[in-house]
Design a protein around this ligand. Sequence first.
Ligand code: NAP
Ligand code: ZN
Length: 349
Amino acid sequence: MHATQAYSATSATSPLAPATIPRREPTDRDIQIEILYCGVCHSDLHFARNEWGFTQYPAVPGHEIVGRVTRVGPAVTRFQVGDLAGVGCLVDADLSCPHCQKGLEQFSPTSVMTYGSMDKHLNLPTYGGYSEDIVVDEHFVLKIPSNLDLAAVAPLLCAGITTYSPLRHWKVGPGQKVGVVGLGGLGHMAVKFARAFGAEVIVFTTSPSKRDDALRLGAHQVVVSTDPAEMARHAGTFDFILDCVSADHDLNTYLGMLGVDGNLTLVGAPEKPLPVASFSLIMGRKSLSGSLIGGLAETQEMLDFCGEHGITSDIEMIRMDQINEAYERMLRSDVKYRFVIDMATLKGA
Ligand code: NAP
Ligand code: ZN
C-alpha cells in the first residue's frame, strides 16, 4: 500500500479539501498511472453530496482519468511505463460472468466502480481520480489516440462513452431525427456523436444563451424548452431522444416529442424519481429506457472513433482548488462544456 494525495469530501455538506488516501501496490495484472487530467462529471457532485444515498466518506470523486503509466505488473501485456492511459468509471469485475463475456462489464454483479465501490484487494473503498495516481487492472485501462489533446480526451472516459453507447445501441444514423436534452458535459458529446453518425440533431436546452454553441457543436436546430410554442412545433416527430439532464424535469414533455415507436433513453440520473404518465407511452407505442456508461471494448471503440474523426470534449481547465466553485457553476448549468482538472495543481493544494 502507498499513500496518495487526493481531494475528498468528508460529508454531504462539506466542501472538497486535500486528503491522503491509500492505494494498493500494483499486482501482477495492475497498472499504476500518474494522473495528469481528470474531468468533472455531474455524477461526481451527486456522489460527493450523497444525492444517490450510497456515499461513504471520505469520498474522492473523479472517473474521467488520463495520465501516464508509471509502473506495470509482470503479467501486463498492453502497456509499458511511459505510455498514455485512460481510466473511466469501471476498475474491476470478474470478467467471466455472462455480462463480462459480452463486453458489458458495467452490468456485472461484481463490477467495481472507480469510486464508491470496494477495492477487493485492499477491502477498502475505491477512490476516484481527484488524486495523484491510481492503480487499475490492465483490462480496465484504455489506450488514448495520439492525435488528440490529452486534457480534452479525459471527458470521453465517461461523458463520451455514456452518450456513444446508447446512440450506437439504438442505431442512430442517417434519416433519423434525434433529440438531445440538456447541453452539459454529456449533452454536448451526444450532439457531436449523433451528428457524426449522420442523424438530424435537435438540442433541447433551458439556456437560450447556449443556442449558438449548440449549432457550432453540430446541432441542426435548437429548441428552448421553456418556450411552449417552440416545443409544440416538434411534438410527435422524433425517432430517438437522449435525456442528459441532471435535475428534476418533466419526462412526459419529452415523451410527447417522440413519434410512433420512438424511444427516449435516460442517461441523466437526477436525485429524485421522475413521474411518467402511462398515456405518455401507450399513445404511440413509445419506449422509455436507460443506459449506463459502456463496456471496455466499446469504450476503446469510442476512443478510436474520436481519434479517427478528431472528436474531443470542449473543456474549461481548472485548478484542483477551484473544484468547489466548479460544482456550484455546474449546478447553475454554467459549464462550457466540461471542467477538467489540471492534476499538476494538486501538488501543494
Ligand atoms: P452537466 O454538465 O451538469 O449537464 C446537465 C445539463 O442538464 C445542464 O447543463 C442543463 O442543460 C440541464 N439541466 C440542468 N438542470 C436542469 C433542470 N432543472 N431542468 C432541465 N434541464 C436542466 O451534467 P453531466 O455531467 O452532463 O451529467 C448529466 C447527468 O447524467 C447527471 O445526472 C449525471 O449523474 C448523469 N450521468 C449518467 C451516466 C450514466 O452512465 N447513465 C454517466 C455519467 C453521468 P441546459 O442548460 O442545456 O438546459
Ligand atoms: Zn461520469
